[in-house]
Ligand binder design. Structure first.
Ligand code: DAO
Ligand code: DAO
Length: 295
């Protein structure tokens, strides 16, 4: 009897999403990948049934070889094409339902949208305002090189494994972009600075321990008082190779700062332990798992 890794696949059925809200948000971009996985699962199930009936049938053997080379999580033979195919298949933009803001599925050819969410802020404890919608992107090739190798063979459905995976993404040198699309119409640079000092500042403290005022100031001093960030502005915060955090506003570069701690702290706002939007973090985690398992 041939030894197969089917249990891996069967213990990991592709989950389109964990609830209705997530499905509404991510359905259009995860659909293709999920459909492919479902075909793979069906093919595997078919092969398994046939094998138990007649393992020497050449048709069955061919089908099995095909499945093993194309869909086995440990196989590298066809995976580059498979990887880029699934990136190309995930082409439809995703719209954040509350604000109607839309995010492209792919940024700069190789960064794939993992999930979207909403940053709210409570003002004087009285009302909650929607400040911006965000999308988290990560480089497909980097995910493959750095994370798929490590997690491709383990069952990432385990909560503990998911936590390690997301921690690894935050710590790693995988190129990522957090795109912010401003929806609040009265955002002042002063408010941005003070929000940043509070949110990122607390993370710098948490992960860096010592005094990080200088780093914080270096970052906030990039935002000149004369900048305008009206509703509709797009701010990209990109972690580039070597832990360089590059900020652009509407495509224009504002500045770059090399700091692993700063990069880590920024990503923590969206995918760390106390994210701005918990549902977004869950969706991102889920999407990352499915990307890794479909390489
Ligand atoms: O107008 O008083 C007010 C509310 C301002 C809220 C500002 C929140 C800023 C959040 C950071 C935005 C980063 C682009
Ligand atoms: O939401 O609390 C938060 C912080 C988000 C990071 C903000 C980076 C802002 C860069 C904007 C420059 C505007 C001139």
């Amino acid at each position: 009897m041939v030894s197969l890794r089917f249990p891996f696949l069967f213990s990991q059925p592709p989950k389109p999403a964990n609830n209705g809200r997530a499905h509404g948000r991510s359905g259009s971009f995860s659909g293709a990948t999920v459909a492919c996985s479902a075909i793979a699962a069906a093919a595997a199930a078919g092969a398994a049934v046939s094998i138990s009936q007649n393992p020497n049938n050449p048709f069955v053997q061919n089908a099995l070889n095909f499945w093993l080379s194309n869909f086995s999580p440990n196989s590298n033979r066809f995976s580059p094409a498979w990887g880029s195919l699934s990136l190309a298949a995930d082409q439809s933009p995703v719209t954040e339902p509350k604000t109607g803001v839309s995010f492209p599925a792919v940024l700069g050819d190789s960064q794939r949208l993992l999930g979207i969410g909403l940053r709210k802020k409570s003002v004087l404890g009285l009302k909650n305002i929607d400040v911006y919608a965000f999308g988290v992107y990560a480089d497909d090739g980097d995910i493959k090189k750095t994370l798929a190798k490590k997690y491709g063979e383990v069952s990432v459905s385990e909560l503990e494994e998911k936590k390690k995976l997301i921690d690894d993404l935050m710590e790693s040198d995988v190129c990522t972009t957090v795109r912010l699309q401003i929806v609040y119409g009265k955002l002042s640079i002063r408010a941005v600075r003070s929000a940043f000092e509070e949110s990122v500042g607390s993370r710098l403290q948490k992960f860096g321990g010592s005094d990080n005022k200088e780093l914080l100031q270096r970052f906030t001093s990039q935002f000149k008082d004369e900048y305008k960030i009206p509703r509709g502005s797009i701010i990209d915060l990109s972690r580039e190779r070597g832990y360089v955090l590059r900020t652009t506003i509407d495509g224009k570069e504002v500045g770059s700062i090399q700091s692993k701690l700063l990069c880590r702290s920024l990503l923590d706002l969206y995918i760390g332990e106390e994210p701005f939007d918990r549902q977004a973090k869950d969706d991102i985690e889920q999407k990352l798992v499915s990307v890794i398992q479909n390489f």
